[in-house]
Design a protein around this ligand. Structure first.
Ligand code: HEC
Length: 181
């Protein structure tokens, strides 16, 4: 094959294979978690379908459990955090903690990244609805990518509160919103 023919055939092949891949935007079809297909937690708390669109409040790591966590907040939470009005957090606040097993970063041994998804857990601030527990928050956890509700009855909230009680002076929240200038 002459050099010219080769160049031409390469150019033709590249026109179809080497250029940037053009992809149309994904459709708006909801994923299962967004379509309301997740079973509510014991006590009837609904899974917050839109949590994935919430802004980040902070990130945490548990070296002992080898997990990485991202803390997200709904609009009410984020507004309060940005104004420093978080003790107490306003009614309507929802805070999510999403957990992954830590995994080695791709193509590098110097970083850790999110591996297997472990769970998402939420605190819902509503002093009227949750007047019967001393925290003023509703508590719920969903496990694994199937988002299976944790616990068989409402008593799971006691387990959460027993541990979070250590920070009851900080409205039951451990996290301090991360600085985002
Ligand atoms: C044994 C102690 C313990 C128990 C039990 C526990 N938590 Fe937590 N939780 C923590 C600690 C410590 C943090 C902060 C560190 C981190 O991000 O994991 C936290 C963080 C959170 C956060 C992020 C906001 C914050 O306080 O920083 C949410 C939401 C949360 N937990 C929900 C729950 C729910 C819901 C349950 C019960 C199903 C629960 N937790 C049970 C210790 C506990």
């Amino acid at each position: 094959m002459s050099a010219r023919v080769l160049t031409t055939s390469l150019a033709l092949a590249c026109a179809t294979a080497c250029g940037p891949t053009v992809k149309t935007a994904p459709t708006e079809a909801p994923l299962p978690a967004e379509a309301g297909q997740v079973v509510p937690a014991p006590g009837g708390i609904e899974f917050p379908r839109k949590y994935k669109n919430w802004p980040v409040l902070s990130v945490t790591q548990r070296p002992d459990k080898e997990t990485l966590r991202v803390v997200l907040g709904n609009v009410t939470a984020v507004r309060a955090a940005r104004r420093g009005e978080t003790n107490p957090w306003p009614n309507g606040t929802i805070i999510a903690s999403t957990l992954w097993k830590q995994a080695p970063g791709q193509g590098t041994s110097q970083s850790l990244t999110a591996g297997e998804f472990i769970r998402a857990e939420f605190m819902f601030k509503d002093v009227e609805t949750y007047a019967s527990n001393d925290s003023g928050w509703g508590w719920a956890r969903w496990n694994g990518t199937e988002l299976v509700p944790y616990g068989s009855d409402e008593s799971i909230s006691e387990e959460c509160r027993d541990c979070h009680k250590k920070v009851s002076g900080n409205d039951w929240i451990f996290m301090k919103p991360a600085i985002l200038p």
